[in-house]
Design a protein around this ligand. Sequence first.
Ligand code: C5P
Length: 205
Amino acid sequence: MTAFTVAIDGPAAAGKGTISKAVADRFGFAHLDTGLLYRAVGRRVLDGADAVEAAGQLEADDLDRGDLRTPEVSRAASRVAADPGVRAALAAFQRRFARRAGGAVLDGRDIGTVICPEAEVKLFVTASDETRARRRFEELRGKGLETSFETVLADQRARDAQDAGRADAPLAVAGDAVVIDTTEMTIEAAVGRAVAEIERVRRSV
Ligand code: C5P
């Protein structure tokens, strides 16, 4: 089986994770949530580690920790993600994963622009600030976390600005990406749009 890479980028809580998992299931591709790599490094830094060293020594166990999705870790992840040394340390693993036999879906911020500019399919998944913050707020509340919608929205805006404003691999739409705005879409419709795009490309390669 040959390699086939689907790159899915976009801002926080736009629906990348849901779409990535559905697409991976549907086509039998492996899935890598690259945000988890930065979250794991951010977590290690909060525990006192050096960021670049932590990025170079990440192990599978680091990605399995149950405490990687908290607002504190989100902020730490975005901070370490602005460090070019951290990004360089994580790049080779992501590129190897992308080209594995049988196909791979990677979701993140710079997959279509920096990690896999040669990806067969590039999607940029987005939604309005308020819609994304509402989804994240409900997810956090569902986990029992005490927070307010305004706090989630402010945190998210700060993180988006940091991710889009950094010098190295900022969040940006690749010139050849298909943009999916999920603001007014059901999950099924958004997944359907992604699946249709992948099928279109698969027929032509
Ligand atoms: O996707 P998620 O919200 O889990 O990502 C956490 C943080 O990791 C992002 O805010 C961003 O700073 C960083 N990240 C990145 N490049 C990626 C994936 C995530 O810089 N490919």
